[in-house]
Design a protein around this ligand. Structure first.
Ligand SMILES: N[C@@H](CCC(=O)N[C@@H](CS)C(=O)NCC(=O)O)C(=O)O
Length: 204
């Protein structure tokens, strides 16, 4: 398998899950501005939408969309605790969290990554919007659970980790969301997370 990624981007969640599973995989870095991969290939031939993550399977099939890739990877090892069995309420709950991270929290960071400087007012609106979405997870984690589904780290936690970690890059203080802050620290300490951050050049 080959994961097309950009350092620190949402593709990091798939990278973390590959490492959590101990999977055999290669990485290929993508410059999403030029749409070229590090080997010089045209990334638009891999994903015509031009964004990471994209997963190339041994068969040559390409899977895109982070939430699909994460679940596909977990399902390759049914004994793993990264995703509950298909058809169960727990699996639907996992999908609820994945969808919220993708369509609500991830998208709320859009203004920060627009490539232009935000005015003070625009920044205030964008920070408030991220905060509103973080509160969803603050509430879920407020019963003392370690991870979104309860005890075990799941693929939704990998995605939530990556996106909440962006608060460090855009200067949002997580002090208002102490349970999310503790979650971030807990997830960051996982060996698979550390290995992925290191491989993407995000740790010294
Ligand atoms: N709907 C896609 C969105 C992926 C996405 O937003 N990727 C970003 C990085 S986090 C990207 O590659 N942006 C570069 C671009 O769109 O040119 C998914 O959920 O996988």
């Amino acid at each position: 398998m080959k994961l097309y990624y950009k350092p620190g981007a949402c593709s990091l969640a798939s990278h973390i899950v590959l490492n959590e599973l101990g999977a055999d995989f290669e990485l290929e870095k993508v410059d999403t501005a030029t749409k070229r991969t590090e080997s010089g290939a045209d990334f638009l031939e891999v994903n015509p939408n031009g964004y990471v993550p994209a997963l190339e399977l041994k068969s040559g099939d390409i899977l895109i969309e982070g939430a699909s890739i994460l679940q596909y990877l977990a399902d390759q090892t049914p004994s793993s605790t990264l995703a509950p069995a298909n058809g169960t309420l727990e699996r639907a709950r996992l999908q609820q969290h994945l969808n919220f991270v993708a369509s609500e929290l991830h998208k709320a960071f859009g203004p920060f990554f627009s490539g232009r400087d935000l005015s003070a007012e625009e920044r205030e609106v964008a920070v408030a919007n991220v905060g509103k979405k973080l509160s969803n997870f603050e509430n879920i984690l407020s019963d003392g659970r370690n991870y979104l589904l309860g005890g075990d780290f799941s693929v939704a936690d990998a995605y939530l980790f990556v996106v909440t970690n962006w608060t460090n890059f855009v200067g949002i203080d997580l002090g208002t969301w102490p349970n999310v802050q503790a979650f971030l620290k807990r997830a960051a300490a996982r060996p698979a997370v550390q290995a992925s951050l290191k491989a993407e050049g995000l740790l010294n």
